[in-house]
Each structure stands twice: as C-alpha cells, then as structure tokens.
Design a protein around this ligand. Sequence first.
Ligand SMILES: Cc1cc2nc3c(=O)[nH]c(=O)nc-3n(C[C@H](O)[C@H](O)[C@H](O)COP(=O)(O)OP(=O)(O)OC[C@H]3O[C@@H](n4cnc5c(N)ncnc54)[C@H](O)[C@@H]3O)c2cc1C
Length: 411
Amino acid sequence: MTTGALYDAVIVGAGVSGLCLARALLEAGEGWSILLVDGAQDDDALRTLSFWTSAPGPLDALVRHRWTRLVIAEASGGARSVTLDSHRYQTLFFADLQRTVKDSLRADPRHRIIDGRATELVTVGDRVRVTVGDEVLQARWAFDSRFRRGTFEVPEGGAQLLWQRFHGLVVCCETDVFDPSSAVFLDFRGDLPAGTAFAYLLPFSPREALAELVSLEPIDAERALRAYLAKVHGVAALEVLDREAGSSPMTEQYFEPFEGDRIRRIGIPAGMLKPSTGYALTRILDDSAAIVRSLRERGHPMVAPPRRRLYRFLDGVFLTLWARWPATMPGVFSAMFTRVSADRVLRFLDERASPWDLLGLIARLPLWPFLRALLSWLARRLRRVAAKPEPAYNDTTMKRTDSHPPADRSP
Ligand SMILES: Cc1cc2nc3c(=O)[nH]c(=O)nc-3n(C[C@H](O)[C@H](O)[C@H](O)COP(=O)(O)OP(=O)(O)OC[C@H]3O[C@@H](n4cnc5c(N)ncnc54)[C@H](O)[C@@H]3O)c2cc1C
C-alpha cells in the first residue's frame, strides 16, 4: 500500500545518527517534514554516550555527567590523572536523546514515526521510496543508518579492520568506592589481556558508575569486568543496574556516503566512527549540522563529509600498531598523555588539531613502535597496489557499484 504523504526527509534507523539528524532538522526551524523509521534497538545495545568537547554543543541540555579530570593507567599499575583545561568529558543517556527527539516529532502531525524494519529503499525519479511492512512511503531525501555488521569486511590487502567489542555494566556498590571527580579514560590494569583490552569507568556518584570493558578479542567480559572492579577499585559487592554491549569496526577504509542522488548515508555507514578511538558522536553531530547547512544553502543534503587523508593515514598506522603489536599500546597511550597536554591529545583524537599540535604530538610519541608500524603499513599498501587496482565499493556490504555521485557534493 503506498501512503500518499511526501515527506521532506525519511530517516532509516532511530539510533544515534538517526536521532541526532532528526533533532538537527527539527531545530533548523525550516518546517521540513520527517519520517523516522524505527527498526528498534537490541535490548542490550548502547545505553550511554560519552564524548569530549571544548565548546557548547547541541546536546548540552541532555548531558548528565561532566568531568574535567581523566585517569590513564598502564598495566603495571602506574595510573596518571590529567586535568583538562579547555575540554570536558561528558556523558548523556541514549534514552534521553530518544525520548526528547521522539516527543518533538510526535508533537507535530507533519512528522511520523513508523515502527518496523525498512526492507527496501529505492530512488524513483525525484523521490525515494521506502518499504516498511506492507506500507510504501515517499520522501524527497533519504538518510540511511543501516549497517550490516555481520557481512562487513574491507578489501583484501587493504585497510586494517579491528572489531572493538564493548561490554558495559552500570553498577551500584554497597560502599563509597568511586571518585566522581575523575573519569577513568583508559585503564589497562586488572589482569586484562595485554594491550587488546582496556576498561573505562565513569563514576556517576561515589557508589554508582558505568564500567565498560573494551576488547579486540572475544573475552568473558562480565567476569573480566567484575575482576577489574574488585582488583582495581576495591569493589566487594555490587548490583548491576543495567548492561550495554555491541561492537564497532575500527578501520581507516573510506566509506562512500552516497547511494545515488537522493540517499545520503549517515552514522557508521558514512564513516562517522573515528577509526582509532571508536568514538562517533562528535562526528555525527558535525555531520548532522553539515547536512542541515547544505539543505538550507544548496537545497539538497548530498554533502560529503571531509576526507582528511592525513588523519586516515595516521589512523592506518595506529591500527597497524594495535593489530600487530598490541602489548605496546598501554605504553603508547601513557606516553601520549604524559608527554603532551591532555587537551592537545583530545584535539588530535577529534581531528581538530592545529598543524602545531600535530607536529608537537608526533614528535613526542615513542619513535620505534610507530616506525615499525609505518613500515608494516607501507608494506601492506605496496602489496595491495601490486596485487590489483582498488575496486569501487558502494555500501557497507561491499558490493561493487556503477553508480555515480551527484554533480554538486563539495564539502
Ligand atoms: C556499546 C557501544 C557503546 C558506544 N559508546 C559510545 C560513546 O560513548 N561515544 C561515542 O562517541 N561512540 C560510542 N559508540 C560508537 C557509536 O557512537 C555507536 O555505535 C552509535 O550507535 C553509532 O550510531 P549509528 O546511528 O551509526 O548506529 P546505530 O546507533 O546502531 O543506529 C542504527 C539504527 O538503525 C536501525 N536499523 C537497522 N536496520 C534497520 C532497518 N532495516 N530498518 C529500520 N531501522 C534499522 C538499528 O536498529 C539502529 O537503531 C559506542 C558503540 C557501542 C557498540
């Protein structure tokens, strides 16, 4: 059944990027009508969203916790606390983002939220058709955040691909054990596998915290996390209030953001995940703002996210180091935060570093591990060039494509 309304925008997926874009479109105040296709989250998917920033941002009203001190700890037990000067590290709850955006959409009858999975998304002339159940709906532009984790891979011999596995517990302890003034940003202590796993801990109060284990290898995460909490934070008894889990692909591979002339990918399928950190929210917010700007100024949203080739190269070398010599990583992270100001490191990780920041940071990194990783990265690229030319891939399932980008897509 084809439904008559023509929406200005259909957003496929009510996850982080879908909700952030819907919010940005609503805030623009241009009266654009929005159809949000909510395919629903898995029960134990992402619960909290953390990021650092040095400026006011669009989600400030939703932020629940902020920290200006970060702890970085090597496996040997050496923990270092750094104070942020211009930045703050902050956390919001996904449920708050979901509730506020959906409430705003429901408040205006021009918008619609439809529950269900989109089974087809096709461009027909100057509109996009999306099929959800037995309904076919239409929009002028589509924003697609579907990502097929199960089938995602990078071309043979090309970019690195590491899967970052997250397992988080929101815990409540019987006694005061946490220091709410500091967020534990990177912690390799607690008998975690050397370099392939680390913990972070965001204390919401002296008794309550989100403890998260991030691992590159399959691991009994809950057991490891409980052991980490007992050994490093002295937690004797705890109650688990909530859980989150999921995985993210860390790769420097380019993600094509366009599918034809009317479908713009967003979120992970548009390359919004920072390859070397696994954080995406800041980039998603920047991308949403760029889409709104393009709609206003050019009348279409088909704006390309910045390519930033230098950062992709640095990410590639960094991921090579992590994949091949993981045991060096605790020392590398520790050196970064010891030798360079934390604000500078965060600017670098956010790809907002000045050339001066960049030079200062690279000059202070341990030379040998990165030199070795650079040589390995180069050898890999050379093997790839010798093997065959790079094919053009059209989506995250890595199918070949003959589709061409629309004419106007300058960043
Ligand atoms: C556990 C975990 C914690 C993370 N924590 C942080 C963090 O603190 N800070 C940070 O910056 N990044 C974090 N990330 C990384 C990143 O921000 C998240 O993965 C984020 O969810 C990416 O947003 P997205 O919109 O691309 O994907 P998603 O949020 O997964 O959204 C995609 C949506 O599309 C829906 N969908 C899929 N198929 C269909 C379909 N056919 N029809 C309709 N809908 C469909 C899915 O159900 C999902 O809701 C985390 C990742 C994980 C896994």
